[in-house]
Design a protein around this ligand. Structure first.
Ligand code: ADP
Length: 161
């Protein structure tokens, strides 16, 4: 059985993330979407809110499990007996940091592999920070995030929608 972890901040989950999740879930037998509990960042949504939004939007994917983790990704992978990490690549700007992260993970944990999925063209521009920027300024985010996530974002900014 092939298992993989798709880690990220998912603050909040976007259509781009969901695209990577769907495509990965079609390739592996079991996909763990892992929300990073990173105390250093000041997120819009709490980890439990992010986990619950992800669970909601992946309800139709039976081989997808949503979890949270803190600490090193490789330790979380070991705890779950997973050796494959999936990351999404949007543009060349993602490449440098993603490459360094993948190489670091292999150095500190030989046997861990990272697979990169190229973004679907229609989501190539999309990031969680773009979504927050647009929403905060009362813009339309209906094409950027799954429908159930839209009101939750406006609510965070106290915007009636
Ligand atoms: P992180 O803080 O770990 O980068 P993100 O939630 O921003 O967490 O992203 C998680 C992963 O999803 C990263 O590999 C990122 O490159 C990828 N990703 C984000 N947005 C998109 C998108 N629109 N298309 C494809 N991959 C994406």
């Amino acid at each position: 059985m092939t298992s993989a972890i798709y880690p990220g901040s998912f603050d909040p989950v976007t259509m781009g993330h969901l695209d990577v999740i769907r495509r990965s879930a079609a390739i592996v037998d079991h996909l763990i979407v892992a929300v990073l509990n990173n105390g250093a960042k000041s997120p819009l949504f709490s980890v439990s809110e992010r986990v619950s939004m992800l669970k909601d939007v992946t309800r139709d994917l039976p081989n997808v499990e949503v979890m949270s983790f803190s600490g090193l990704l490789v330790d979380f992978a070991k705890q779950n007996s997973v050796t494959l990490i999936i990351r999404g690549l949007r543009a060349v700007t993602d490449f440098e940091s993603e490459l360094a992260m993948a190489q670091t993970n292999r150095v500190i944990c030989p046997g861990i592999e990272t697979f990169f999925l190229c973004t679907s063209l229609r989501y190539a521009y999309l990031s969680s920070s773009t979504v927050k920027e647009v929403a905060q300024n009362h813009g339309d985010i209906s094409q950027l995030v799954p429908p159930s996530v839209v009101p939750k974002i406006y609510e965070k900014y106290g915007i009636k929608h």
